[in-house]
Design a protein. Structure first.
Length: 428
């Protein structure tokens, strides 16, 4: 009995088998858990890859859409430039088409004559969005037709091209190419409204403009004015808001190398008037004065007479604004008068305030600024009888653009005045 108690008891075969089965089941559960983990990780990896692929495809789709939109915008802007070079016959639009289109239009501008909308018109296929300037309530439809007539007579490569019009009183409007670059005024002031307008227009560049882009736009506007004046036509409202940019950067070859600039067009030419008998002045009825605060020649305000010189005055103020970034409606002319007069007189160390403002505004090269100040003086500050003729001012603009240095400033432009007769290559 004592021997039997000393020997270990042998476990039954059933218990051992149950234990083994339990171990195997535990192993199976652990393997299934590991398998689920592997499957979960694989599913996560596949989901991450699918999400990455979806993001890549969406990025590619957006990039393609942006590229296509840019290509279409460039095509339309090239078409607008061609329309300025080779004016098409304007399309007469029906009132119903205009009113229907304006229901979904985006307002991109407003002036004394009307409201400008960006919209597509079935009668102008291939143009995409165009600018429809609809006459304000109270404006006679005959005034719209007079503007159409003026635009047709004023056609020029630097004048905003006319595409269509509607003479019906309830939908009176004119249609021009849409300038996606906004106005020179938008870029010089860069107010919240200006930034919003550029966004509505679809401008994709950098707002603000380099000094060469500012000067190139003024050269285009000056050429348009010279054309109008050579045909005995006065613009009567020359200002930065009426100098529009097409929004496509184009190469401009100068002595300082290639620059990228925008083509500019003079707009609101429909307000222009033909000088009777080709005379150099034209009286304006006091009830229908056309001028903008800060850009109006004091001689006009005193005499109520427009002339080629009052047009040129507006261009001179536009140049002073482009140089300094100041606002004409806030005393721009008087602010820099002493600097301009002292610089033109050749006083030593003169023009410090203006030169500093020009560097701050757009890094204008000092030598180019000094030459252009002479043009500002001749267009704005000189006595009316001694004003600088506009073709000479244009030559000075072109010379400064050609020899004015790079867009960081600093190159010597001393030869600009002597080289004024040499025309600057134009953007194509």
């Amino acid at each position: 009995a004592r021997g039997q108690r000393g020997r270990p008891r042998r476990r039954g075969g059933g218990a051992e088998a149950a234990e083994a089965e339990a171990a195997r089941e535990c192993a199976r559960l652990e393997e299934r858990a590991r398998q689920r983990q592997r499957e979960a990780r694989r599913a996560e990896a596949e989901a991450a890859k699918a999400a990455k692929d979806a993001r890549r495809r969406e990025a590619e789709r957006r990039a393609a859409a942006v590229k296509a939109a840019a290509a279409e915008a460039n095509r339309q802007m090239a078409k607008a430039r061609d329309a300025a070079e080779n004016p098409p016959a304007p399309v007469e639009l029906g009132a119903e088409e205009v009113l229907s289109a304006l229901e979904a239009a985006v307002e991109v501008g407003r002036g004394g004559f009307g409201v400008v909308h960006a919209v597509e018109l079935p009668s102008l296929p291939g143009w995409g969005r165009v600018a429809v300037k609809r006459a304000l309530s109270g404006v006679d439809a005959r005034e719209v037709m007079a503007e159409v007539s003026n635009l047709r007579r004023c056609a020029h490569r630097d004048v905003l091209p006319l595409l269509g019009y509607c003479g019906a009183p309830r939908a009176a409007c004119i249609v021009t190419a849409l300038m996606r670059g906004g106005s020179l005024d938008d870029h010089l002031l860069l107010s919240p409204d200006a930034r919003a307008r550029l966004q509505k227009l679809g401008f994709k560049g950098t707002p603000g403009l380099s000094w060469s882009q500012r000067l190139s736009a003024l050269c285009d506007a000056a050429r348009a004015l010279v054309h109008l004046h050579s045909n005995s036509i006065l613009h009567r409202d020359v200002k930065t808001a009426n100098i529009l940019l097409d929004g496509a950067l184009l190469p401009l070859h100068t002595a300082g190398g290639e620059r990228r600039v925008y083509r500019a067009f003079l707009s609101d030419v429909g307000l222009a008037k033909e000088r009777a008998g080709g005379s150099m002045t034209m009286a304006t009825n006091a009830t229908s004065n056309v001028y903008s605060t800060g850009f109006a020649d004091p001689n006009f305000l005193d005499s109520n007479q427009h002339s080629a010189k009052t047009d040129a005055y507006g261009l001179g103020i536009s140049l002073l604004m482009a140089l300094t970034g100041g606002e004409p409606s806030r005393g721009l002319r008087s602010t820099h008068e002493d600097d301009v007069l002292d610089m033109v007189a050749g006083k030593e160390g003169a023009g410090g305030g203006l030169l500093h403002a020009a560097r701050r505004a757009a890094r204008w090269p000092q030598a180019a600024t000094q030459e252009l100040v002479k043009a500002v003086h001749g267009l704005v500050y000189e006595r009316k009888s001694q004003r600088l003729p506009l073709p000479e001012a244009l030559a000075a603009f072109e010379a400064a653009l050609r020899f004015g240095g790079d867009d960081d400033g600093g190159a010597d432009a001393g030869a600009a005045a002597a080289a004024a007769p040499v025309a600057t290559d134009r953007p194509t």
